[in-house]
Ligand binder design. Structure first.
Ligand SMILES: [Zn+2]
Ligand SMILES: [Zn+2]
Length: 281
């Protein structure tokens, strides 16, 4: 690692910018699309905004600074490692000044990448969630385990390998407990109708309010019943796939209900950060 600050003005016409942009072209396009989606309002088709384009440009600059500073190739843009990589740049001495000079676009772009990578890894986690909700065969694999009630801060478990990636195993008992505690009703509105599941209970789904995709950031497990919301399938889809303004009331309701419990589990949570993970800025 070099002692010199990597931060400087880099123009889009410079060779290093063009070369880096090209290397991540496809991933950057998808990132831009996501950044555009965050600006969509209810009942409006997605439009291209200049903002998404400039966020992507600041990601390109971040990649250049990262590779120069740490002398290692930048990880794939859709992984949490990409966010963690750019977040490391923020700890460097001259970053704050650079961010200021560039009208805080660097920070906005990194925050957007935080939200993007959480969103993508949450989609991957869905397969595991679904297995838990449907009492699937997966329960015999090391990805799922059962344990006694978690009542206070417990160190996070070791990752296990699942379909080619390393993921945190899930405590099935905590998901079940969350559903029992909510009487197998949707936490958003108990009148939301579902259907009867294989075990004769109303079908509901467990959703980690603080997403499992962020477990790396916490020393203690976030896989405990109080962090698992009990939702009807529609509300569950809504909290993942709605436009930001339609996600907001759900995240807010669920968070306000349990905001005081996180400290009991050693989890330092705040609403702004949580909103960011849901793409609500
Ligand atoms: Zn979910
Ligand atoms: Zn519902």
């Amino acid at each position: 690692m070099t002692n010199l600050s990597p931060f400087r003005k880099i123009y889009a016409k410079e060779e290093i910018f063009k070369e880096t942009r090209q290397r991540f072209e496809r991933e950057l396009e998808q990132f831009e699309q996501y950044a555009d989606y965050l600006t969509v309002k209810r009942g409006q088709a997605q439009k291209k905004s200049g903002k998404a384009r400039s966020y992507a440009s600041y990601i390109v600059r971040g990649i250049i600074f990262y590779e120069e500073t740490f002398a290692t190739p930048f990880p794939p843009l859709h992984t949490r490692e990409a966010f963690i990589g750019l977040d490391r740049l923020r700890q460097l001495p001259n970053y704050a000044e650079f961010n200021q000079t560039e009208s805080r676009f660097p920070n906005a772009a990194i925050n957007c990448l935080d939200s993007y990578t959480v969103h993508l890894s949450t989609l991957q986690d869905h397969e595991i969630d679904q297995a838990i909700d449907t009492y699937d065969e997966l329960s015999r694999s090391p990805i799922l385990y059962q344990d006694n009630v978690i009542q206070n801060a417990r160190p996070r478990p070791e990752k296990v390998s699942f379909k080619g990636s390393e993921v945190y195993p899930r405590n099935v008992s905590e998901s079940l407990r969350a559903k029992e505690q909510n009487h197998w009703q949707c936490e958003i509105d108990s009148s939301h109708r579902t259907f009867t599941d294989l075990k004769g209970m109303p079908y509901v789904e467990g959703h980690h309010l603080v997403p499992m995709a962020t477990q790396d950031l916490f020393e203690y497990t976030i896989d405990f019943s109080a962090n698992i919301a009990c939702l009807c399938p529609t509300c569950h889809r809504q909290i993942h796939f709605a436009v930001p303004e339609e996600k907001l009331p759900l995240v807010e309701t669920l968070y306000d209900k349990r905001r005081n419990v996180y400290s009991d589990y050693g989890i330092d949570m705040n609403k702004d950060r949580l909103m960011q993970w849901y793409g609500i800025f």
